[in-house]
Structures are given as structure tokens and as C-alpha cells.
Ligand binder design. Structure first.
Ligand SMILES: Nc1ncnc2c1ncn2[C@@H]1O[C@H](COP(=O)(O)OP(=O)(O)OP(=O)(O)O)[C@@H](O)[C@H]1O
Ligand SMILES: [Mg+2]
Length: 254
């Protein structure tokens, strides 16, 4: 579903990404990890065509993202769900109106159907009851869940989440991680999350990539990463406890 090969990107003299390659299948969750400033967000921005590579290819759902015209990129992005680092809900709309917005813009659904669909998705992320609140009236974890529901409301084939646990306490971080995993599996989305939160990356992802100075320092499952001989990877994971639970993520609440 997602295929990235040989992706390189520099800003001036700074080589941020240096020949990165990976693939993500439908329903699979990939976590891109690495310390702050290693190019995780830059990588995601390439996947939605907000940055174009100096070298390399990006193919999503058989479209070459790096070759799409601006016009085609707009319709392409409609088929992707993305969750920005800060959630980015519209402050002047209620939670339910935020979810309804993409449906009104991009589908021909009538008011009754929009209401039914948004109510369904609010239930899915455990926000029934908060539908009439404004983003400023709900907690950070609730805002993340509302933004996640909005990202998924058009039923995209691809879900991209930039730092889904940043700014959340450990319990809410765990819950949003399990929720992303659960929804990706249920909806069959090829999913990429970026994070420096290794505990929750292990909870959420099927496969992980560790970036270091523009290159992939290690990749694979949790145990592959934990047994990596790379000193950088070992240092990154040194204090990271084994996450434990992963499957059966349907009761992600709070
Ligand atoms: N548009 C841009 N122009 C110039 N430099 C940029 C631009 N976007 C990102 N960079 C640089 O690229 C590097 C990687 O940035 P990026 O935001 O991808 O890091 P990150 O891994 O997502 O970090 P964090 O964990 O803090 O979110 C940084 O040094 C940043 O300053
Ligand atoms: Mg970032």
C-alpha cells in the first residue's frame, strides 16, 4: 500500500533523510522512531506530498505521490487520514461539527446520514456525550481522540499520525496507542506513526524503524530492535520497559 524507496531530502547543507526505504501493507502499523530532529515529521510530510524528495520514490495505493500535480495531490490527500502533532481541530466548531466537516466538504451525504456517521465514529473513540463540546472544553486526550475520529471519518486507506502521544499522560498515551492499533486493524488502514515514545511505539506497531542521522539504524519487530547491536539503538531503548499488552486493544478508553 505504501512503498518508499531511496528517499533523500536535504534542507540547504543539512541532509535530513538519506536514502530511506520501507513498505507498509494494508492493516499494518509502522512506527518511525528516533530522537527529536531526526526527520520523522519530514518523512511524514513527504507521504502526504507536502514536501517533495530530492531523490527517491513514494508510492501510495499505486499513485506516485512525488509525481502528482498540485491538483491531483488535493484529491489524493482526501483519501488519506492524518493526525498532526497538535490535533488541529477547528476551535470554533463543536466536536461533532469537526467530524462532520470532511463529510460535508467531500461527500454527498445528507444531514441525517452525516449525523449518523459522526455519532458512530464518536462512539468508536469513546466520545459519546462530548459531541456538543468545543475543543477548548475537553482534555488533551479527548482532543487527540476527536482528531483521530476526524482523520478516519472518510475511511481512508492510509493513516498517518505524527507524535500521537505527545503531551499526554502515560495512561492516555497507552490508550491512544492501543486505539490507533485497533482502528488501523479494523479499518485495514496502512498506518505510519512517528514517535520518540518507545513504550507506546511497541504497543501500537507491528514493525518499527529507528532513524539516526538520516538513515535507518535498525528495523523490524520489538525483539529485533532490542537485540540490535547498534550502540545508538541500545542507548535509545536502554530505559524502555517491555510494553506487554498489545492485541485485544478494543477497550482503549478514557
Ligand atoms: N521546511 C524546513 N526547512 C528547513 N529545515 C527544516 C524544515 N523542516 C524540517 N527541517 C529540519 O529538518 C530536521 C528534522 O525535522 P523534523 O521536524 O522532521 O524532526 P522530528 O524528528 O520530527 O523531531 P521531533 O521529534 O522534535 O518532532 C530538523 O533539523 C529541522 O530543523
Ligand atoms: Mg516531529
Amino acid at each position: 500500500m505504501i512503498r518508499v524507496s531511496g528517499l533523500s531530502k536535504a534542507f540547504g547543507a543539512q541532509q535530513v533523510l538519506n536514502s530511506i526505504s520501507f513498505q507498509v501493507a494494508s492493516g499494518e502499523v509502522l512506527a518511525v522512531m528516533g530522537p527529536s530532529g531526526t526527520g520523522k515529521s519530514v518523512l511524514l510530510l513527504h507521504l502526504i506530498g507536502l514536501l517533495s524528495p530530492d531523490q527517491g520514490e513514494i508510492e501510495i495505493d499505486r499513485a506516485r505521490v512525488d509525481q502528482l500535480s498540485e491538483k491531483n495531490l488535493l484529491s489524493f490527500r482526501r483519501r488519506m487520514g492524518y493526525l498532526f502533532q497538535d490535533g488541529a481541530l477547528f476551535d470554533f466548531m463543536t466536536v461533532q461539527e469537526n467530524l462532520a466537516f470532511p463529510l460535508r466538504e467531500h461527500t454527498a451525504l445528507g444531514a441525517v446520514e452525516v449525523h449518523a456517521r459522526t455519532t458512530d465514529f464518536l462512539r468508536m473513540v469513546d466520545l459519546s456525550g462530548a459531541q456538543d463540546k468545543y475543543p477548548s472544553e475537553i482534555s488533551g486526550g479527548m482532543r487527540k481522540r476527536a482528531a483521530l475520529a476526524r482523520a478516519l471519518i472518510l475511511e481512508p486507506k492510509v493513516l498517518l499520525c505524527d507524535e500521537p502521544t505527545s503531551g499526554l499522560d502515560p495512561v492516555r498515551s497507552r490508550d491512544i496507542s492501543l486505539l490507533i492499533r485497533d482502528l488501523a486493524k479494523r479499518m485495514g488502514c496502512a498506518t505510519v506513526i512517528t514517535t520518540h515514545d518507545a513504550v507506546n511505539a511497541f504497543r501500537c506497531a507491528d514493525r518499527l524503524i529507528m532513524l539516526d542521522r538520516g538513515k535507518i539504524a535498525a528495523q523490524g519487530s520489538e525483539s529485533d530492535l532490542r537485540s540490535s547491536p547498534e550502540p545508538f539503538v541500545r542507548a535509545f531503548l536502554e530505559d524502555c520497559p517491555v510494553a506487554g499488552e498489545k492485541k485485544g486493544a478494543t477497550d482503549a478508553k478514557r
